[in-house]
Ligand binder design. Structure first.
Ligand code: ATP
Ligand code: MG
Ligand code: MG
Ligand code: MG
Length: 464
């Protein structure tokens, strides 16, 4: 049954409010926890409660939490379901209800509130969690073929080597039940989409790796708002939902193209623009400004990618504030700080865009000179200078080189990059690279030059 993104958000919160949960507003994308770069999940604002460092004000809470996951940046536009910015709907129990109740409500909201047909749902459990398996089979009535046991990587949650942890259970939607129950492979994203994760925080792990049951067991869950919208709006990916598609339409109009008639490469660019501009709008609304380090660098990088993809689809002038305006219109009712911060958002976009366009222009000039002298191939050193001094992504150099019948010495480029990295390591011997946790955290502790290098090798290099 078709529901708008707003309706889905509201139905989720109302359902859990009726079940005694306190509705809390989304926390900022900038976490209170100074060791974490960005809010990556709905549980993050509650982490001190789960760790026993803070007493909860309510035994149950429900939120729609703004999240950023930069580790998914490569997936943006390429998978149907990943964003950098998304909203995670969650219900939380702080030492209150546990596994049985969480599963029962998870199923009820999926099948009764969102009216997903039970025969379209598949669930996963941690391979050793016989209890969860039995609840799904005996109490909910899911057929055993549609309950999949999965390993630790997917179905065991922990926030560090020691501390609270526990198994999780996820609910997937089946786009193609006609393919049969015999060969269910939850990794197959042409058939399945994970939309709801239920974490059962039931153990404490000590320094020797021993698990002991927690006194107060907790529930932490996350449902992707954009994914539920994709399912209910029956569109092929998250990007074509009412939460994001208007931004893509704006970008397509500026480029004078039609999304639905575009080739895959163009669609990816439009999706990247739609995704990243939402992230940038909310990051700046939450007080982050572009810089060369930490969160600021993430904002800068996202803006540059928006500009680059704009150029790839034929936009020559400045356009980021126009797509940002659409993104603001879509979110201002739920997130009033977006309109309150309008001038900061648009000002920052304008400054960054102008600056990057200048950089691109200078780089293009240098590249033209390099190409004139090059005999068949652009040297790795030249490509590196373009990258390092002009912020010219390698694949952009490659693309332009190709258009001119030249290749680029990739090996040489990597060697130059490696040398640069060694130099900067020598200069920063005291950098602590042992920081636990996500790449996000790592990024904050690394010298910006190094982070640029890392960035290029992992993701920008793959931008087409
Ligand atoms: P996936 O396996 O698809 O990458 P995940 O297992 O990493 O998802 P969780 O960490 O379990 O995701 O997060 C809980 C829920 O948040 C997911 O079930 C999904 O609905 C949503 N979600 C997670 N990552 C993203 C993302 N990058 N973009 C949009 N929604 C997401
Ligand atoms: Mg993931
Ligand atoms: Mg997963
Ligand atoms: Mg998951």
């Amino acid at each position: 049954q078709y529901s708008t993104g707003s309706e889905i958000r509201q139905k989720f919160l109302n359902f859990y409010a009726e079940k005694g949960h306190k509705i809390l507003p989304s926390a900022s994308l900038v976490p209170e926890d100074p060791t974490v770069l960005l809010t990556i999940a709905g549980m993050l604002p509650f982490k001190p409660i789960f760790l026993g460092q803070r007493q909860p004000e309510f035994p149950r809470a429900t939120t729609s939490q703004k999240c950023i996951r930069t580790n998914d940046i490569e997936n943006v536009g390429r998978t149907a379901r990943h964003h950098t910015f998304f909203e995670m709907l969650g219900n939380f129990s702080f030492g209150d209800y546990f596994k049985q109740q969480a599963i029962a409500w998870g199923w009820e909201i999926s099948t009764k509130v969102f009216e997903l047909p039970p025969e379209r749902l598949v669930v996963s459990v941690f391979e050793e969690d016989d209890e969860a398996f039995a609840i799904w089979r005996d109490e909910i009535g899911v057929s055993p073929q549609r309950i999949k046991r999965m390993g630790e990587a997917d179905n065991f949650w922990k926030s560090g080597p020691t501390g609270p942890c526990g198994p999780c259970s996820e609910i997937y939607y089946d786009f193609h039940p006609e393919r049969g129950e015999e060969n269910i492979d939850l990794e197959d994203d042409t058939r399945f989409i994970e939309f709801y994760n239920l974490v059962f925080m039931q153990y404490n792990r000590d320094a020797d790796g021993n698990l002991t049951p927690l006194q107060n067991k907790n529930i932490d869950t996350g449902m992707g708002l954009e994914r539920m919208a994709q399912i209910l709006q029956q569109v092929p990916n998250n990007y074509e939902t009412d939460l994001i598609f208007p931004i893509i339409k704006t970008a397509a109009e500026i480029a004078q193209i039609d999304y639905h008639k575009s080739d895959d490469k163009t669609k990816v660019s439009l999706k990247v623009i739609g995704d990243h501009i939402r992230a940038v709008v909310h990051l700046i609304a939450d007080g982050v400004t572009a810089s060369n380090i930490g969160r600021g660098y993430i904002v800068r990088r996202l803006i540059r990618r928006v500009v680059r993809h704009g150029r790839l689809i034929g936009i020559s002038g400045e356009f980021t504030t126009l797509v940002a305006e659409t993104a603001m219109q879509l979110s201002e009712a739920v997130y009033p700080n977006v309109r309150q911060r309008e001038s900061a958002i648009k000002g920052e976009l304008q400054r960054e865009e102008t600056r990057f366009l200048e950089t691109l222009e200078r780089g293009e000039k240098l590249l033209a000179e390099i190409m004139e002298k090059a005999k068949g191939q652009i040297s790795g050193q030249d490509a590196f200078v373009l990258y390092d001094t002009y912020g010219f992504p390698l694949e952009l150099t490659q693309e332009i080189a190709e258009e001119n019948g030249l290749t680029v010495d990739i090996k040489g480029f990597e060697t130059a990059m490696e040398e640069q990295r060694r130099r900067s390591q020598d200069a920063h011997e005291t950098i602590d690279l042992t920081v636990q946790g996500s790449l996000d955290q790592l990024a904050e502790h690394i010298h910006p030059t190094e982070f640029l290098g890392y960035t290029l090798l992992t993701s920008d290099a793959k931008v087409e």
